[in-house]
Design a protein around this ligand. Structure first.
Ligand code: NAD
Ligand code: TYD
Length: 352
């Protein structure tokens, strides 16, 4: 039995990763460590919560004593670390909570793992850190890419906090010999993403005839990957990647925001039985996000060349499936936007 802690497992990417691991590896015990902030929602994992190789532990990655006792209690072999504050706009308003969770939380996990594993040695142990392409900064519109060797140049408090956490992970490898792996992924889309991010927010607004706030000119470029393909890449790197290495993950799938917004309008209108493009009038250009990165484009050739990974889903299929999912799961959207689920789970777990 391998005991693996996944942090942030009730969030968007973490829940997809847990679903994949719990189903694919019955011989592993997957321990989901999550604080259930506004972004964490156990309803994301309803289909796996009764599986014998899955456990949920509510707790804070910044709480050293809690993390330390969890590692002992489950005799943990590996940590896959996703828990984070993840939304750029929130980081502009409240940079401190990003430094706390993303930097201090990661450092807490690293120190607890190092202390716990040191007596028996680091053989067959692993700290896998899930990060973002935003640490590399912003690219001009010239066809260039972020590589694993691109120097870090974060601009937002979110990307600065993720960059800092990446540096701490590498420092623990270089200083103490902790076995680590890091992956930096591009923008994810798919089911269960909190509707403050572009794609779920806009699908929901189109459905409800609400304005679609396009920041600045809408010319910013993002590189979109289906969330399940990110989870598949993490699984592959976790098992086959080289200790101490970094892997970029992305689908070579760049879109200008305004183009993706027009695509979302066409698909959503069609699925709702409206004339395609009839929701175009909802597009509303608003003041730009401060420090808004112009373009992200990740080069994931290393992951393809060394480990044979490539995305399983074409973007056209993935985005169609995604719009369908949000339209069919209005209840999920309503519950996460109303905050009702948080009250429910707070009561459920308050006595632990
Ligand atoms: P998310 O916001 O949907 O989920 C984050 C999860 O972390 C939530 O379940 C939340 O409850 C939990 N959490 C927050 N603070 C915590 C704490 N102190 N202790 C324990 N749990 C805590 O995020 P996501 O979009 O799923 O991103 C997951 C990871 O992947 C993050 O590290 C993010 O930086 C990285 N990433 C995200 C994207 C993307 O497009 N969403 C792309 C590349 C990398
Ligand atoms: P987002 O989903 O917040 O991801 P990130 O900032 O991490 O890339 O935003 C994706 C792009 O969409 C980004 O360029 C900002 C833009 N955007 C808008 O134009 N309007 C919005 O309401 C949101 C949330 C994002």
């Amino acid at each position: 039995m391998k005991n693996i802690v996944v942090t942030g497992g009730a969030g968007f990417i973490g829940s997809h990763l847990i679903r994949l691991l719990v189903n694919k590896y019955p011989e592993y015990r997957i321990i989901n460590l999550d604080l259930l902030t506004y972004a964490g929602n156990l309803a994301n994992l309803k289909d796996v919560e009764k599986m014998p190789n899955y456990v949920f532990e509510k707790g804070d990655i910044c709480d050293f004593q809690f993390v330390d006792s969890l590692l002992h209690r489950y005799d943990v072999d590996a940590i896959i670390h996703l828990a984070a504050e993840s939304h750029v706009d929130r980081s502009v308003l409240d940079p401190f909570s990003f430094a706390k969770t993303n930097v201090m939380g990661t450092l807490t996990l690293l120190q607890a793992a190092k202390n716990f594993w040191t007596p028996g040695g680091f053989r067959n142990k692993l700290f896998y850190h899930v990060s973002t392409d935003e640490v590399y900064g912003s690219l001009p519109n010239d066809g260039s890419y972020f590589y694993e060797t691109t120097p870090y140049k974060p601009h937002s408090p979110y990307s600065a906090s993720k960059a800092s956490s990446d540096h701490f992970v590498r420092a623990f490898h270089d200083t103490y010999g902790l076995p680590v792996k890091i992956s930096n992924c591009s923008n994810n889309y798919g089911p269960n993403q909190f509707p403050e991010k572009l794609i779920p927010l806009f699908i929901n607004n189109i459905r409800n005839n609400r304005p679609l706030p396009v920041y600045g000119t809408g010319e910013n470029v993002r590189d979109w990957l289906y969330v399940v393909d990110h989870a598949r890449a993490i699984d592959l790197i976790f098992h086959k990647g080289k200790v101490g290495d970094t892997y970029n993950i992305g689908g070579f799938n760049e879109w200008k925001n305004i183009d993706i917004i027009r695509l979302l309008i066409r698909i959503t209108d069609r699925l709702l039985g409206r004339a395609e493009g009839s929701s175009d009038h909802l597009i509303t250009y608003v003041k730009d996000r401060p420090g808004h990165d112009l373009r992200y484009a990740i080069n994931s050739e290393k992951l393809h060349r060394e480990l044979g990974w490539s995305p399983s889903l074409k973007f056209e299929e993935g985005i169609e499936k995604t719009v369908e999912w949000y339209l069919e799961n209005q209840e999920w959207l309503d519950s996460v936007t109303s905050g009702a689920y948080m009250k429910y789970y707070e009561t459920m777990y308050s006595n632990r």
